[in-house]
Ligand binder design. Structure first.
Ligand code: SF4
Length: 760
């Protein structure tokens, strides 16, 4: 038998059950309702499941644990959720449980052979577990012993910087604030988070250009917009209730321009399941223009639109004169870019680009939305800065119906960053923590995700603690990440369910089971609620009410507080256990440390919560020069060798980040399988292949190759020389060192591959 540490972390092959049908031409509708209820009632049971759904996204209930799309400020329907939200709730409210008997039966090695879907289907974790050095099975451990074990390992380190404190975007504001406080009192800024892998590029682009690393629109701006640009984003699967906002915008007369390599059902039409028409199968057409851009050709396309705008002289000159800097330099640079370069790199014709430019020129109120399609390429930051350039040229920031909308993935990923989860903390935050808590926080920067993996690999980091998430499956270069984790003395995960990161362990490993968002959180002074921040900067209350899956579960704030107490001992004067006895006390501290939270406890109790300050919304650009800054961002030349394709990783419709709810990808016509590669028909033929063939995918980076075996070829409407595959199965192909400039985000949307017929 191999030891657990011999496992390379890759997803095991699946049974041969795949079937491929036709992609859908509209999203949601009756099927979405049927699927939602099947998940909820199947996993949580009728009564628990129905109650959970009735509380989802309600002012008196809890914030959806899935994506960060906002809820309406005013009136909310009783069914303010989508299919993905329902699946997330079903997954969490699961009535199945896995305790000591399960782990006595299943060794880590055997669990590693099961699929991610299977892991999630086993049920909720119900007690703390430890995998001791050399052991094959997890076994129970008391909470006190678990905290002592971590404390001993942390305190034995030669330097606090040998510890890593990872955060998933599910953590509440209260948990995140305590967690960063603990890490900094311990002595490190090593706080990698899932933001490093998603919208870090957006923050890196927006901070220097408009003064805040967040979007500027509110939900009701969608109804006021004349034109909505959606670039590199698939809301039908990743932020489904955005389709309701798009439907309202269309009905109010807006045009929608989509820029995306793949044709996606959710961008074509929306069958609103809250309307009879939608349930009967009548959809609202969404995209007026659909530009099937080459993967990573967005920068060239955006520059083409700007070039055409200059030719049309469609510049908002009063806005540019009053609010911006850098216009002449941008104009010179853009006018110098040739149409040949633009059309070759984007794959879009000049006529199509000029058509979009005319639509942009005819609109004063423009919203631009984007997601991972822009943030995970080599030139991600430059591309997003060109989004800003385009919007500034039209004066489309800081007025109703207009603005920037980076659509955030996990439900509180934005809030966690607001709370200080950042490996490069601003000086004001450290000064503020020092004043409030009376300790000297570390001033040097810490490790982000990619640098954390390198640090573990190189023996510079030895203890890895994760507040939620599935680090191994979320990160690039699976085998390298697995080896890095296995190089640690201790890996510890705060989790709700079993996942692959529990199976690739340090010398000792811990699983610390926590309450879910849906569950009642009772502390010493009574029932508590937590708060989160959505994609549009609204801070709101989230109160779980379901009976917890086990009496042994602790809340995330309680886990952090007890871990801090055990680790810091007499070194801390922070009253950890007092804070966690009543979360109002945590929020009082947040109010004193983080700007924008005045009267936090009062305002967050108002239905719908409150908006955080956002200068650019009012045309107050908080950059050093107090202006919105145009920037010059030379678009890279993407070149492929003969036979090569550019691959991007995507999610299925039965998946949220690394959580796999099922084995279908309904909108793309895929059933009961995940190991597929979507390719253009010409590219398939050119390689002597046909749909259904089984191929190995080989990525190429700086002379290195990485292989992901046995993927089924699927013919799809995707540009030539492009391919798409699901993660985490193909994370193994994403090289650790292939990162976006400035943001250090792994380039999961720009991987050079070749395909070769599988042997056998
Ligand atoms: S759109 Fe996002 S936040 Fe809203 S219910 Fe769906 S998954 Fe949850």
């Amino acid at each position: 038998m191999t030891t657990p540490n011999a496992y390379d972390g890759t997803c095991p092959p699946e049974p041969d059950t795949l079937s491929v049908g036709h992609p859908k031409v509209a999203a949601a509708g009756f099927t979405a309702v049927v699927k939602s209820m099947a998940h909820v009632w199947g996993e949580a049971g009728f009564f628990r499941g129905t109650r959970a759904l009735m509380l989802l996204n309600q002012s008196s209930g809890y914030d959806c644990p899935s994506c960060a799309w906002p809820d309406p400020d005013d009136v909310r329907s009783r069914t303010e959720f989508c299919e993905n939200g329902a699946k997330a709730v079903a997954w969490e409210a699961d009535t199945r449980k896995i305790g000591r008997e399960f782990f006595a039966q299943w060794s880590v090695e055997e669990l590693a052979k099961q699929s991610d879907y299977w892991h999630g289907q086993q049920g909720r974790l119900v007690e703390p577990l430890v995998l001791r050095p050399g052991a094959a099975h997890y076994e129970p451990i008391t909470w006190d012993d678990a905290f002592l074990l971590i404390a001993d390992e942390l305190n034995a380190l030669a330097s606090p910087d040998e510890a890593l404190f990872y955060t998933s975007g599910r953590a509440s504001n209260e948990a995140a604030f305590l967690y960063q406080l603990f890490a900094r009192e311990f002595g490190t800024n090593n706080m990698p988070d899932c933001s490093n892998m998603c919208h870090e590029s957006s923050g890196s682009a927006l901070g220097p250009t408009i003064g805040i690393g967040k979007g500027t629109v509110k939900l009701d701006d969608f109804e006021k917009a004349q034109l909505i640009l959606i670039i590199g984003q698939n809301p039908g699967t990743n932020h489904p209730r955005m389709l309701t906002a798009l439907q309202k915008a269309k009905r109010a007369g807006a045009q929608i321009v989509v820029v995306n390599p793949l044709v996606e059902a959710g961008l074509l039409a929306f069958r609103n399941p809250q309307e009879v028409r939608g349930m009967l199968g009548f959809g609202t057409p969404l995209a007026d223009v659909y530009l099937k851009v080459q993967i990573a050709g967005d920068a060239a396309l955006l520059q083409g639109i700007m070039k055409a705008l200059f030719a049309l002289d469609a510049i908002d000159r009063p806005f540019v004169a009053e609010y911006t800097e850098g216009f002449p330099e941008l104009r010179t640079a853009i006018e110098a870019v040739s149409w040949d370069f633009i059309t070759e790199q984007s794959g879009i014709t000049r006529e199509q680009i000029e058509d979009v430019a005319r639509r942009v020129a005819a609109s004063d109120r423009i919203i631009c939305c984007w997601a991972m399609g822009l943030t995970q390429t080599l030139n991600a930051v430059g591309t997003i800065r060109d989004v800003v350039n385009l919007m500034l040229l039209r004066g489309a920031i800081g007025k109703p119906g207009a603005g920037l909308c980076p659509v955030r993935g996990h439900s509180n990923v934005q809030g966690d960053r607001t709370m200080g989860i950042f490996e490069r903390p601003p000086v004001w935050l450290l000064d503020s923590l020092q004043k409030e808590f009376g300790f000297d926080p570390p001033r040097h920067h810490g490790f982000d995700v990619v640098d954390s993996i390198r640090a573990m690999r190189d023996g510079k980091a030895k203890v890895f603690v994760a507040l939620g998430g599935n680090f191994l499956s979320a990160t690039p270069d699976t085998a390298a990440t697995a080896a890095a984790l296995q190089n640690c003395r201790l890996t510890a995960h705060v989790s709700i369910k079993l996942n692959r990161s529990h199976l690739v362990t340090g010398r000792t490993a811990l699983i610390l089971p926590c309450l879910g968002r849906t569950e009642l959180d009772r502390q010493a002074t009574g029932v508590q609620f937590v708060t989160t921040e959505n994609s549009m900067g609204v801070v709101q209350k989230s109160q779980g009410k379901l009976t917890p899956a086990s009496t042994q579960l602790l809340s995330e704030p309680a886990i952090v507080a007890r871990l801090a107490t055990a680790t810091l001992g007499k070194r801390t004067t922070t009253p950890w256990l007092d804070l966690v006895a009543n979360y109002d006390r945590i929020r009082e501290r947040i109010e004193r440390v983080i700007p924008g939270f005045k009267d936090y406890n009062q305002r967050v109790r108002q239905p719908g919560g409150f908006y955080l300050p956002n200068g650019p919304r009012d045309r107050e650009f908080t950059t050093p020069n107090k202006k919105a800054n145009f920037t010059v961002n030379p678009a890279p030349t993407n070149r492929l060798e003969p036979g090569q394709l550019v691959m991007m990783t995507i999610r299925t419709h039965d998946q949220f980040n690394t959580t796999v709810y099922g084995l279908d990808d309904r909108y793309r016509g895929i059933s009961q399988g995940r190991r597929v590669v979507f390719m253009n028909a010409e590219d398939i033929r050119e390689r002597g292949l046909k749909a259904g063939d089984v191929v190995d995918l080989v990525s190429h980076f700086r002379g290195e190759t990485r292989v992901a075996p046995r993927f089924v070829v699927v013919e799809y409407d995707i540009p030539r020389r492009s391919a798409a595959t699901y993660f985490p199965e193909t994370n193994v192909l994403v090289p650790l060192d292939s990162v976006a400039e400035t943001s250090n985000t792994p380039t999961s949307k720009y991987i050079i591959i070749t395909v070769q017929r599988s042997a056998g």
